[in-house]
Design a protein around this ligand. Structure first.
Ligand SMILES: Nc1ncnc2c1ncn2[C@@H]1O[C@H](COP(=O)(O)OS(=O)(=O)O)[C@@H](OP(=O)(O)O)[C@H]1O
Ligand SMILES: Nc1ncnc2c1ncn2[C@@H]1O[C@H](COP(=O)(O)OP(=O)(O)O)[C@@H](O)[C@H]1O
Length: 205
């Protein structure tokens, strides 16, 4: 495989995926600001690590402090934010880790591209939609961002004056009625077959 005008040549590893101790995957959490992505992602990471899976949380806010610190909230910058994060998540998944991504990721086309980046490499990818209505996100407003966005102090705020394209084919849809982040994390992990090892999972029901 060649790239960059033919001057870059792909170097293959001598470690096959089956030689790695764990099977990797990406759990991609999408939803409005305040929908509960970080809370669920933190619980997913906690449960997976407690159960012996290498798992790593990639939160949009945190990535924007480093890897994506040069990006703002224009449509193009959000696309680049999602593209870079997709690539990094795929690297983690390829290494045998479970990458837990929490990004608003408002555009269907970029979420589809994230899925394809994983599919092209044979890596499992699960889209989890935090389907929390805008009114509820605004009611929660833990960072006071919606109040400021409504005052016009934060331009291009998702759900206010920047679009959020609802997923049509998410693997899992979570609503506020599903319970606390701890309850939802357990449900998600059971659904994906990543629940506690060596336990009768019926016990949890
Ligand atoms: N204009 C605008 N629109 C939406 N969100 C904004 C904006 N400005 C700052 N913030 C804060 O940035 C967090 C979202 O970053 P993401 O990288 O997840 O966004 S995106 O996927 O690129 O759309 C988001 O964090 P969460 O609340 O955790 O979603 C906000 O705290
Ligand atoms: N399942 C839930 N039920 C009720 N409140 C929740 C739930 N998940 C998160 N929250 C609350 O909603 C707010 C936003 O959650 P957060 O995880 O920061 O969302 P996001 O990362 O999508 O911005 C926080 O105050 C959090 O405590």
């Amino acid at each position: 495989m060649t790239g960059a005008g033919g001057n870059i040549v792909w170097q293959s590893s001598k470690v096959s995926r089956s030689q790695r101790p764990h099977e990797g995957a990406t759990l991609w959490l999408t939803g409005l600001s305040g929908s509960g992505k970080s809370s669920l992602a933190i619980e997913l990471e906690r449960c997976l690590v407690a159960d012996g899976h290498p798992a790593y949380l990639m939160d949009g806010d945190n990535l924007r402090h480093g890897l994506n610190s040069d990006l703002g909230f224009s449509d193009d910058d959000r696309r680049e934010n999602i593209r870079r994060t997709s690539e990094v998540a795929a690297l983690f998944a390829d290494s045998g880790a479970i990458a837990i991504v929490g990004l608003i990721s408002p555009f269907a086309s970029e979420r589809q591209r994230a899925r394809e980046i994983h599919a092209e490499r044979g890596l499992p990818f699960h889209e989890i939609f935090l389907d929390t209505p805008l009114a509820e996100c605004e009611r929660r407003d833990p960072k006071g961002l919606y109040v400021r966005a409504r005052r016009g102090e934060i331009p291009h705020f998702t759900g206010i004056d920047s679009p959020y394209e609802r997923p049509q084919h998410a693997d899992i849809v979570v609503t506020p009625a599903d319970g606390t982040p701890t309850q939802v994390a357990a449900l998600v992990l059971r659904t994906l077959g990543l629940g506690p090892q060596g336990q009768d999972q019926e016990e949890d029901r």
